[in-house]
Structure formats: structure tokens, C-alpha cells
Design a protein around this ligand. Structure first.
Ligand code: ADP
Length: 270
């Protein structure tokens, strides 16, 4: 069998990631972790969920395995498969199996995107059995107390087809994330990009304007991530209007009328 890639140091986060807490999420995650409970992180894209996971992995001194789920992701992609190489068959662990073996924190990002059969392997790991069924190997992998399962999803995007089932969600301790409140978001933008407080405050104001357009033509407003992108361009000498256009408006929409409206908002501010 192939050695678990997590026996290397690469999944350990050695330096403290910059993370500003927005509520009690650190204490709740720690308590869930100590009790072997899996965690569900809800919230819009770009609001700090992945950064939080990196921070918690650093804080709990566990390796972090992140899987970005997509609509082709199957249970075998998570658990592992037999590969034939040079006439020989060998088993290769998938990221979830590696994480269980290494006692890592496994973060399945945007879980509802994955194929339905992935739930078959997640459910027994996410209740008090804490086992990973490896059907193809006829093996049940038991998770050690260090292992932690965390999943994320964005309630804003879900259609009936892509909602999390009660049988799944009722296995998790849930943490709700949202964009940080204005003063904190300003601080994050400053710290992440190097722009001054005044510029960061304007960007946060601009974000609030775009978030108000949600539902009237925009699927989502500007996330904290997009603000940081725009701020980084500005810190590198791009004008604020151009930075907002490229890093924010174009990222949010392809619709010309909407782009004009968003550009007018930024022109009024900068
Ligand atoms: P998500 O996983 O929710 O899509 P990320 O965690 O990737 O979003 O956040 C996007 C970016 O926003 C991060 O790279 C970071 O620059 C910034 N960010 C958002 N929230 C925070 C926070 N609470 N503390 C520090 N940085 C944050």
C-alpha cells in the first residue's frame, strides 16, 4: 500500500495564520473537536471559512486536508482506489482515508457539490461510530480522537436538489459565518493588503453597496476575499476605480447593465 502522504510535514501549518474571530467560533470548534463531534460551517463564499480552518488546524496542531468538492467527486475519490501500474495492483488512499489515518482535520469544502454516494462514507464518520467504510478493501478504518471532520456549504446557493439533507446536517455542530462587521472587515483588508485605513474603509463601504444588490440582479455581493484582492491591486499602484472594476465588478457579474451600475457605485466613492 502506498504510504500516506500525510506522514510528511507538508500538511502541518507551522506559522500562525492571520485570523480575526468574529464570535465564539474558536471556542465552539475546540469544544466540538475535544468531543469528537464533526463541524458544519455555513456561509457565503469568501467570508473566512477556509482561513478559519487553517487557523484551527494550526491551533490544534493537526495536519489539515482540504478537499474542494465538485460535481464529479465520488466516494472513491475520497476513500481511495486500486491503481494498476506495471502489471501490479496497488491501493492508493484518497484524501479522506489519509486524513483519518493521520488523525488530521479533513475539511470538505462545498460538500453539496459532491456526488450523492459520498454521503455513504461521510455519515459513519460523522456520528459516534467514527469509522470510514473502505468497501473496496473490505476494511473499516476507525478514526482516532485526533481526527476531525469539517464540511462547509453556502446556504445562499442551494437549490432543492442541492440542499444538505437532514440526515446529514443533523450529525454536525453548525457554525454560521458571514462577512465580518464593517470595522473588523476594514482591519482585515488593511492587514491582508497593506492599504491604509481610509482606503480599506472605502472598500468596505463599497462592498456593503454591492451586498445590497443581492437579489436584484446579483447572486452575491462582494466578499471579503474580493475586497482583499482589490486592495492588493491598489497597494500595487492600480487606481481604486480600475481595481474595483477588475477585482470586484467583473468577478461578480457578466451582465453589462449590472457592471455599469457597480462601476458607478465605485466611481461615486473613489
Ligand atoms: P471562504 O473559505 O469562506 O470562501 P476564505 O477563508 O478563503 O473564504 O477567505 C477569503 C479571504 O478573506 C482570506 O484569504 C482572508 O484574506 C480574508 N478573510 C476573511 N475573513 C477573515 C478573518 N476573519 N480573518 C482574517 N482574514 C479573513
Amino acid at each position: 500500500m502506498q504510504a500516506s502522504p500525510l506522514q510528511t510535514e507538508e500538511n502541518f501549518i507551522s506559522e500562525e495564520p492571520y485570523y480575526e474571530a468574529t464570535g465564539q467560533e474558536i471556542a465552539i470548534f475546540e469544544a466540538a473537536y475535544q468531543n469528537g463531534l464533526p463541524v458544519l460551517i455555513k456561509g457565503p463564499t469568501g467570508c473566512g471559512k477556509s482561513r478559519f480552518m487553517e487557523y484551527m488546524a494550526w491551533r490544534l496542531k493537526r495536519p489539515l486536508v482540504t478537499v474542494s468538492c465538485h460535481d464529479d467527486l465520488t466516494a472513491s475519490d475520497l476513500v481511495g482506489r486500486y491503481l494498476i501500474k506495471g502489471g501490479e495492483t496497488s491501493w492508493v488512499d484518497g484524501p479522506l482515508a489519509s486524513a483519518v489515518r493521520a488523525g488530521a482535520i479533513c475539511y470538505l469544502d462545498e460538500i453539496v457539490e459532491a456526488r450523492k454516494d459520498t454521503m455513504v462514507v461521510i455519515h459513519p464518520l460523522a456520528d459516534d461510530r467514527r469509522v470510514l467504510p473502505m468497501e473496496k478493501r473490505g476494511e473499516l478504518l476507525r478514526a482516532t480522537p485526533e481526527f476531525c471532520l469539517a464540511i462547509s456549504y453556502n446556504p445562499g446557493y442551494q437549490s432543492v436538489l442541492k440542499d444538505l439533507k437532514q440526515s446529514t446536517r443533523q450529525r454536525f455542530v453548525a457554525l454560521e459565518f458571514d462577512y465580518p462587521e464593517a470595522a473588523l472587515e476594514q482591519q482585515i483588508v488593511e492587514k491582508e493588503s497593506g492599504v491604509d485605513g481610509e482606503m480599506a474603509a472605502k472598500l468596505v463601504k463599497f462592498a456593503a453597496m454591492t451586498r445590497n444588490l443581492k437579489g436584484s440582479g446579483l447572486e452575491e455581493g462582494a466578499s471579503t476575499r474580493l475586497l482583499v484582492h482589490a486592495a492588493k491591486l491598489i497597494a500595487s499602484g492600480v487606481t481604486p476605480v480600475d481595481a474595483c472594476h477588475s477585482a470586484i465588478a467583473q468577478a461578480l457579474s457578466d451582465d453589462h447593465e449590472m457592471l455599469t451600475a457597480i462601476n458607478e457605485l465605485s466611481a461615486s466613492l473613489f
